[in-house]
Design a protein around this ligand. Structure first.
Ligand code: A2P
Length: 275
């Protein structure tokens, strides 16, 4: 069984390049899908307080029988916990539901900059990392301006998880991340159902490689150093999505996929939206 290669984070932890997203699975579905995914070779599992499935994710992890230390478990917390004590309480609630005593990567789910506590929320995670309770510090949906405020306060997150796919390649955000050694993690890497997988250009590349369009899109992410976390509860697709480390896209193919960026695709605005 082939596992995904990993990328080393600033913290030293190693993050698999391909993992399982778990939204919108409920507890029962998450338990089933997570155990199947781990048996298929997934080692990175991504959940969140807001998904309300951490209990099921934990159950799936235990069912798989794979040792805890071989897995990379990520969760996120909501805006009501954006304080040093709040982050600690969020961590305790998540780990209790997951049935784990540490998480590999804890992320602030949305910056909610209107609250003015998006820096403090990251400081809360950094404190937990000092105590060995989390292995890496993460943000999600932070724009470069939000990250700059975090960096000015003396912390560089290990990972920023953002909405990213070929129609939304987020070039400026990735350049900012790269400048600071922050790994980019793509949520909804296959796009929000906007025809990406039916695009004739993507289909032609897939046919040329004897792969599926989803494999081409996921390969586009990981070949450029982004971590992708597609959700699927379909056993064939779970295997298919992980099976992207034995072929390579050419430079011309990677470049042609950028033509899908018309600049018009909607991106959830984290200055306006959050929870
Ligand atoms: P399914 O679970 O039925 O496979 P997200 O944007 O949250 O990552 O969700 C990805 C969506 O794309 C899900 O609806 C999932 O549906 C679907 N999907 C996942 N993998 C594939 C694939 N290989 N081919 C086509 N659709 C996929």
């Amino acid at each position: 069984m082939a596992l995904a290669p990993t990328v080393q984070l600033r913290s030293g932890a190693r993050l698999p390049l391909l993992g399982l997203g778990t939204w919108p699975l409920n507890d029962d579905e998450a338990a089933e899908t997570v155990s199947l995914a781990i048996e298929t070779g997934y080692r990175l599992i991504d959940t969140a307080e807001n998904y309300r499935n951490e209990k099921g994710v934990g159950e799936g992890i235990r069912r798989s029988g794979v040792p805890r230390e071989d897995l990379f478990v990520t969760t996120k917390f909501n805006s009501e916990h954006h304080s040093l004590d709040g982050v600690r309480r969020a961590f305790q609630a998540s780990t209790e539901l997951l049935g784990l005593d540490y998480v590999d990567l804890l992320l602030v789910h949305w910056p909610n900059p209107g609250q003015g506590r998006h820096v403090e929320a990251v400081q809360g995670i950094a404190k937990l990392m000092e105590e060995g309770l989390v292995r890496a510090v993460g943000t999600s949906n932070y724009k470069p301006a939000h990250l700059q405020q975090v960096i000015d306060a003396g912390i560089v997150p290990d990972v920023n998880q953002i909405q990213l796919d070929p129609q939304r390649p987020r070039i400026e955000e990735r350049a900012f991340h790269n400048e600071h050694g922050i790994v980019t993690e793509s949520w909804s890497p296959l796009g929000p159902g906007s025809g990406l997988l039916e695009d004739p250009g993507v289909v032609a590349i897939a046919e040329a490689h004897g792969r599926t369009p989803a494999q081409v899109v996921l390969r586009w992410h990981v070949q450029q150093g982004m971590v992708a976390i597609p959700k699927s509860s379909n056993p064939q697709r779970l295997a298919q999505n992980l099976g992207i480390f034995d072929f390579e896209l050419s430079g011309a193919e990677l470049a042609s996929i950028y033509l899908l960026d018309t600049g018009e695709a909607e991106i959830v605005d984290s200055d306006a939206f959050g929870h």
